[in-house]
Design a protein. Structure first.
Length: 96
């Protein structure tokens, strides 16, 4: 059974920032490809919630790679999956 996806404000903001950056610095196609890849990863998480790497810091938090420098952090709950953050791995400290 697929779990409901809940999107946090942080995840929305980070996704919007990356999309805007790609649109401004590269092209509409690159930005659109990013959204398609993101949608694919979210669908994968929905079907296989435990596919992500478990966090060493927080319980029930996992992450999957979106691109070499971006990871999706999400929390498993009983009836849902909460998308917590789209994180730029070039930053030094992981949030979860």
């Amino acid at each position: 059974m697929e779990k409901k996806i809940v999107v946090s404000k942080c995840f929305r903001k980070n996704t919007s920032n990356v999309y805007d950056h790609l649109l401004k610095e590269y092209s509409a196609k690159t930005a659109f490809d990013f959204l398609n890849k993101l949608q694919g990863r979210v669908e994968l998480i929905t079907h296989y919630p435990e596919i992500g790497k478990p966090s060493r810091i927080r319980a029930n938090v996992r992450s999957v790679t979106l691109q070499p420098h971006n990871r999706i952090f999400y929390r498993l709950k009983i009836n849902s999956i909460e998308l917590l953050c789209l994180f730029d791995m070039r930053k030094k400290k992981l949030p979860y």
